[in-house]
Design a protein around this ligand. Structure first.
Ligand code: DX5
Ligand code: ZN
Length: 221
């Protein structure tokens, strides 16, 4: 069953010089969850932030769910570090883990919620046999590594396919979409079956976050 819609601003596009304030403003504006992009200059060609920053946000007083999107290889060591740092969700790319079941089990054993992330060209067969270990499926609608890229439309039928698989499974798994989500496409992304919407540039590059949340929510119905 589809979960309630969640707006997930990606702090990759926030002003890192005042990250705590940026996250506070996003949440005060009505965002539901903080999307936290971790890049290692190995799995993806970019380098961002690690567990210390997640812990700093918790110490700053952020109590909303923090959704850690690991774009790293290998993944298991960082799972433990992010669990200690206060992550709520931890998602990883299955082809970056030698043992997908083990990584998912590790995330839940540390008290976090677990998810798998699929690049635009990654096949969905990684979902086979692990639906019972998932709290989220994240479909990338750009190739991971950078904010501000264009949405890849072939992800729409992929969203529909995963929606069906989740519904058939009966598990309360969130279906998240990440990359190029904007005012002009969020409606079709939601119609295809997504319930969790990551937005980097379309959120943090706007002047008034409250207005931005209101505009996005009005398109979600
Ligand atoms: C890309 C990241 C995204 C990124 C999205 O690899 O996973 O979360 O911040 O940024 P926009 O919304 O600008 O495409
Ligand atoms: Zn992301």
């Amino acid at each position: 069953m589809k979960q309630p819609n969640w707006i997930a601003p990606s702090i990759l596009s926030a002003n890192f010089a005042k990250l705590g304030e940026e996250v506070d403003s996003a949440l005060a504006a009505g965002a539901d969850i903080v999307h936290f992009d971790v890049m290692d200059n190995h799995y993806v060609p970019n380098l961002t932030i690690g567990p210390l920053v997640c812990e700093a946000l918790r110490n700053h007083g952020v109590s909303a769910p923090i959704d850690v999107h690991l774009m790293v290889k290998p993944v298991d060591r960082l799972i433990e570090d992010f669990a200690k740092a206060g992550a709520t969700y931890i998602t990883f790319h299955p082809e970056a883990s030698e043992h997908v079941d083990r990584s998912l089990t590790l995330i839940r054993s540390l008290g976090c919620k677990a998810g798998l992330v699929f690049n635009p060209a990654t096949p969905l067969h990684y979902l086979d046999y692990v639906m019972d270990k998932l709290d989220m499926v994240l479909l990338m609608s750009v190739n991971p590594g950078f904010p501000g890229q264009a949405f890849i439309p072939s992800v729409i039928p992929k969203i529909q396919e995963v929606r069906t698989q989740i519904d058939v499974s009966g598990y309360p798994i969130r279906l998240q979409v990440d990359g190029g989500v904007k005012l002009d496409n969020i409606h079709s992304i939601a119609e295809a079956g997504a319930d969790t919407f990551v937005m980097g540039s379309a959120f943090f590059k706007t002047p008034n976050y409250h207005d931005t949340v209101t505009q996005f929510r009005s398109l979600l119905g």
